[in-house]
Design a binder for this molecule. Sequence first.
Ligand SMILES: [Zn+2]
Length: 535
Amino acid sequence: MNRFCQSLLMLACLLLPCLASAQVRFDGNFEGSAFGSAELLDSARLVVAPGDTVEHLSFLINGKYDPDNPIDTTLEPSANWYYFRMTGVKGKQIYLTQKDNGVARTSYSYDGKNWDHLPLAESQRRRIDKRFTRDTVYIALYTPYTYSYHQERLKTWCARPDVTLDTIGFSHEGRPLQLLHITDPTVPAEKKARIWIHGRIHPSESPGSYLVDGLVESLTGDTPQARALRQQIDAYILPFANPDGVANGLSRSNAIGVNQEINFGRSDDSTVVEVKAIKRKLAELTRERPFDIVLNSHSQLAESATFWMHRGRTTTPSYFRKLWTFTGLVCSFNPCIRPEDMNFSDMAPRYVEGWMWDHFGEKTLALTIETTYNCYSFDRDGLWTDNDNIRLFGERTLEAIAEYLGFSVPGRYLIETPARMKAGWEPYRGNDRSFLGAEAWKATRDGAKVTYQLGHLPAGHYALYRFVAGDCVEPDRYDLRDPKTGDWIDPGVHGWVYEGTVVQAHDGRFHYTRKAAAGELADAVLLIRCDTSDK
Ligand SMILES: [Zn+2]
């Protein structure tokens, strides 16, 4: 079919429902939208009660597909993202079947600004069945995080201390690839840990943008904690790795159909300008020193958040253990993710994690984090995503980064395991349990004592947490299910477990002694000030 006939057919698809039901219209004529076409399937007027007639209309919604991938033609274009407007729907019973995409409890908005999930009864996966109370409604996979909104956020962040913005290249359509550099420049770079975070390589995954947003908001904040972190961390953050994809309402590709996510292993002459620019910057920044932590922010259709854990058999057992430790920290104090929500894959050079592994091995902890569009931890009766809880998830991710790196900030003090221990302990260098730091100590008998010390702790009340090492499970499958029984494997608690409250009567030295049970690992403890958080 030639392009002209295709356009006519498209036009007919768009017009037909409008002709059949003059009042209900669909469109995607706004920034970041994604709408294929709508076909009217059926319509009826029903008298639902004496004097009460309701029009019922059902439509088939076709998704908007990414352009064909010119680099790898075996890859099917995707149509995950949808974001369209319906008008003329007030008081009508509308049934939508989304042929190509859709999640349970899809997001909707009557004004394009305030978004919510539809109730489950009205929005099963790929189905919407709803009587709308206003004439105009926006439907989207999740609350959009548009290119314009991103520019506003960058402007806000760049007006704050310790934030600079660098353009590291331009997209296919000429949009800047904007890299935030957040750090206190008065502290020498060699004294700081280095992190790299990028997001939105897949444009449909808007929840991932709220996670990065929450993290940046927290790191650039005017708080003693944020200032202390900026003295300890050199953070490079590229929130939009695929700006054309977001601006054009694409699903997984850039403007010319390429899925940038799986292009990190390609040579410069066989990939796209965005990936080339990102790799060039990564190479430049790591020339002096590798990153300590790299995060790649995504969102997945499954009803849980997750990290993709790269198996020890394709990395090293100790690297795999470090992944468990870090993800255990992120799961602590966090209602959005649990250790059993992890996913597993082999390390491959096509991903940024693979690029990092090939260049720096265990020196860089590189992980993909995925938020979700719907509920957390497969619990439909539990917490559902909203912009606030995803931003808090981002904040918690930043705290976990600091804890993993062994950093304290005012109000949160991390004390590592003592370098030397008394009788009753032996070094533990196994990789089957997660622990913070290079090595842990294992109690050889019940009642073995460990004393944690800090040179200076301000007077106050503190909640004391102990890092508990869970099992480093490496399943054959991509998720934590037993291949024989299909049962979920519980990796146990990984992370901070509440021990009790301690009172520091005066500013000065702090020490805390605890008795362990035989076989227990002694690991770091964390003090969180609970009377006031800003001292
Ligand atoms: Zn993705």
